[in-house]
Design a binder for this molecule. Structure first.
Ligand code: PLP
Length: 511
């Protein structure tokens, strides 16, 4: 039956029209972006009508060609160096279609079968990569329904939330007659353990998903205690020890120390070994957000950057960043196979105790089998090609950094630890150590440069504001180049930097 349905679809007129569209799309991939304003574009998306009768597929395709494609971000454009999103490798295209046909739901094993087991296996692969525990450990836990080495989730934000939810529940766990946080709520649980409140400790460069998590978990965003960082963006250990002492003195319960392995804004990596040792010394759970940097573990030459990651209790790794998957797949890995049990939920119809159902441990319910993308990526690429891509991206980063250092109109704002570079346009006529007023002016110019290149759509870098540069306490607007697309060439880099300087000079002379 399923075969028949599939054949009918494949042979249909609609499919032939879509085939023609794909021809068009192949051409579109290489066309530059036209100028457009989001305000104007938003007018095309105001009508709320649903057609009474179906429209022709050809008309719908026309709508996509006219209203969607020209106004999307062309990730295949090798002058796009702005965000952590890359083109999906063509090897994964057939997997997308297969997943669509199968439409498995890994929330419960009855609706996914082999794909649940494949996800468990995959989680084992990443667990081993991160924690490097003995083979016997994996033989015992990978396919053991009573163990959970991690969960697949739809993104890094959800992985971080899942991590903190489990850690909070483990800190405020059931205790004698006390039923624990999940049942009794934060107020009673905190009181039971004699804490004034619960806090998180982590770098001010931690992703804003930790703010969301602090809010969702009822901790309050003010209770994510932000630690300052050094010039290279890594957390200041003296400030960490000081804050821990303050928390103890004030009777605050610490849910977790959060380390970042590849910060969103600058790609910086926290001193994971030292943080891990401090976490152990004070018996504080340690979560590492390696959403960006985690895949560096596949590279023999770069995994050293993540030294200390095995100190973590929980780790986030994103598939849709440096593992090139389509949007929507990340992992939250638990070192202790029993950790997730602190936040386990069961139902009668699924997610029963001792079942294979992943819904016991995920915050999400229904979930696509995106694990297959990751599995396919690892199998079809192999470790060496994954590493080769990373090496290419790091080479591009080095080339970019050199170019920035050579150009008198550009200033590197931080030594790049991973493949993200923060820099800015500077006015060569100004003094080299820039006064507050000069920095204010440069902040304005760099903001305008980035707005202009976004609107023009030919080249792209992103923008952020950093509080920890050598100009602190003044915040500095910086441009941010992310090297995730290995197809970028040195020529592309030359062009992008020349454009930035050109636009910067134009803006500078008109101010
Ligand atoms: C370090 C880090 N953690 C978490 C996230 C959140 O990931 P997602 O956007 O997949 O939710 C990001 C996103 O850029 C990130 O850079």
């Amino acid at each position: 039956m399923q075969q028949e349905n599939t054949d009918t679809y494949i042979n249909s007129q609609a499919t032939r029209e879509w085939d023609m569209f794909w021809e068009y799309f192949r051409h579109w991939k290489s066309t530059p972006q036209p100028n457009y304003s989001l305000a104007d574009l938003s007018k095309d998306f105001e009508l709320l009508d649903v057609p009474e009768l179906p429209i022709e597929p050809s008309d719908y395709i026309q709508f996509i060609q006219d209203n969607i494609l020209p106004h999307t971000v062309n990730l295949h454009n090798t002058k796009y160096m702005g965000h952590m999103t890359a083109p999906v490798p063509e090897e994964l295209y057939p997997i997308a279609l297969l997943l669509l046909y199968l439409n498995q739901n890994v929330v419960k094993v009855e609706t996914s079968q082999a794909l649940t087991l494949l996800e468990r296996q995959l989680i084992g692969v990443f667990h081993q990569l991160v924690f490097e525990l003995p083979e016997a450990f994996y033989a015992k836990h990978v396919q053991n329904q009573q163990s959970c080495l991690g969960v697949g989730v739809s993104g890094g934000s959800l992985a971080n939330l899942t991590a903190l939810n489990c850690l909070l529940n483990s800190v405020l766990k059931p205790d004698g007659v006390f039923d624990g946080l999940a049942k009794r709520g934060l107020l009673e649980a905190t009181a039971h353990y004699g804490f004034k409140k619960m806090v998180l400790l982590g770098s001010h460069l931690a992703h804003y998903s930790f703010q969301k998590a602090a809010s969702v978990l009822g901790l309050g965003t003010d209770n994510f205690i932000e630690l300052p960082s050094d010039g290279d963006g890594s957390v200041q250990l003296s400030a960490l020890e000081h804050q821990i002492a303050q928390c103890k003195e004030n009777n605050f319960g610490i849910v977790a120390l959060v380390g970042v392995a590849g910060s969103t804004e600058t790609g910086s990596i926290d001193p994971l070994v030292e943080m891990g040792k401090i976490a152990q010394k004070y018996n504080i759970p340690f979560h590492i957000d390696a959403a960006w940097g985690g895949p560096l573990l596949f590279s023999h030459s770069h995994k050293e950057l993540l030294k200390g990651i095995a100190y973590a209790d929980v780790v986030t790794i994103c598939g849709h960043k440096q593992l090139y998957l389509p949007m929507g797949y990340s992992l939250c890995l638990f070192k202790d196979p029993k950790m997730a049990l602190f936040a386990e939920f069961n139902a009668n119809y699924q997610a029963r105790k001792r079942s294979w159902d992943t819904g016991k441990h995920t915050i999400e319910g229904s979930r696509p089998a995106h694990a297959l993308y990751l599995h396919a990526y690892l199998q079809l690429f192999g470790r060496r090609r994954i590493e080769a891509n990373m090496l290419k991206c790091f080479e591009l980063r080095d080339y970019f950094v050199n170019k920035v250092n050579q150009a008198p109109q550009l200033q590197l704002m931080q030594a790049a630890q991973t493949n993200i570079v923060v820099f800015r346009f500077v006015d060569v006529m100004a003094s080299s150590d820039y006064s507050k007023e000069e920095n204010d002016r440069l902040n304005g110019i760099n903001t305008s440069i980035q707005q202009q290149i976004f609107e023009q759509g030919e080249v792209f870098v992103s923008r952020t504001t950093l509080a920890h540069t050598k100009y602190k306490p003044q915040s500095i607007v910086v441009l941010r180049a992310v090297f995730i697309n290995p197809e970028i060439s040195p020529k592309d880099i030359d062009y992008v930097l020349e454009e930035i300087v050109k636009i910067g000079q134009q803006i500078n002379t008109t101010r």
